[in-house]
Design a protein around this ligand. Structure first.
Ligand SMILES: [Zn+2]
Length: 285
């Protein structure tokens, strides 16, 4: 970032970050975000973000929230088929992409964890629980960053199935199904449940915690330059919502190991879905 660069305005739907690292979206913020998502849909970007799934399809959620009210005079919506990103499976030698404890596991809205209640062996790094398998690399990353004068923290690591269920149910109750699901994964579908994903915080701009403006911090610059050497991949890059199912999250890094980071870098693809030829996207399977 140059000194002349304009400071980015806080997003109109910027959430309030709660002490537990989760985000609270005001009603106004949710409306703003809906408006933005609606614009994206109309412009053909991120197709199927929220309209792709017929309302009330998911019995669990309907049971929690009740069916969406439909005005009696409204014409029925035409069916909106889910259009997951389909690619050809790629033959890549290496660890499993479906085993929940594999460093290469792909978890997205098309591919839940198996079993859905999976829980990894845990370790505590930076005050947060993460999968034990990533602890050495994560500790090395944090220590080397600090030696470079960059203070990173672990805002969120492992999140259990039960914890994710509570987060998701609260979000649906508060914001409605569509708005909630553009932000919050269903339990069993969150990469955080593997323990392999880390949301980093930075010291220089605390207000950018879990915010788009984290991308303009020195901590983000350091991660982009060095995190790959510790096996971490920027999991939700800019412009890949239709592939990953999530908007850009510059703070969310996924440990996959250095071997896969290098292979991805040499492949010209940025996402696990594209590299492996695994389906993804914004609609749930
Ligand atoms: Zn995350």
């Amino acid at each position: 970032m140059t000194p002349a660069a304009p400071r980015r305005r806080r997003s109109p739907f910027a959430p309030q970050v709660l002490p537990d690292g989760h985000r609270h979206f005001s009603h106004r913020a949710v409306l703003a975000r809906r408006a933005v998502l609606g614009g994206l849909l109309l412009s053909g970007v991120g197709g199927g973000v929220v309209l792709a799934r017929p309302a009330g399809e998911d019995p669990e959620t309907v049971a929690a929230t009740g069916p969406a009210p439909v005005p009696p005079s409204a014409p029925p919506d035409p069916p909106q088929p889910v259009a997951p990103v389909q690619t050809q499976p790629t033959a890549v030698e290496g660890p499993s992409r479906t085993a929940a404890d594999s460093p290469w596991v792909v978890v997205n809205k098309q591919h839940p964890l198996q079993p859905r209640e999976y829980a990894p062996a845990l370790a505590v790094v930076g005050g947060a629980e993460v999968a034990a398998v990533i602890a050495p690399d994560l500790r090395a990353l944090l220590g080397d960053a600090e030696r470079d004068g960059v203070v990173l923290g672990v805002a969120s690591g492992y999140r259990s199935y039960e914890r994710q269920r509570a987060v998701h149910e609260n979000a649906v109750r508060r914001d409605g199904l569509d708005a909630a699901e553009s932000l919050s994964a269903r339990p069993g579908y969150s990469e955080h449940q593997t323990g392999l994903a880390v949301d980093f915080s930075g010291r220089t701009r605390p207000r950018c915690l879990l915010e788009d403006c984290f991308a303009q911090t020195p901590e983000s610059d350091w991660l982009r330059a060095h995190a790959g050497r510790y096996g971490f991949l920027l999991r939700y890059p800019e412009g890949a919502t239709a592939v990953t199912g999530y908007d850009a999250e510059p703070w969310h890094w996924r440990w996959v190991g250095t071997d896969l980071v290098q292979r991805l870098a040499g492949s010209g693809t940025a996402t696990l879905e594209e590299f492996f030829g695994v389906s993804g996207g914004t609609g749930y399977a």
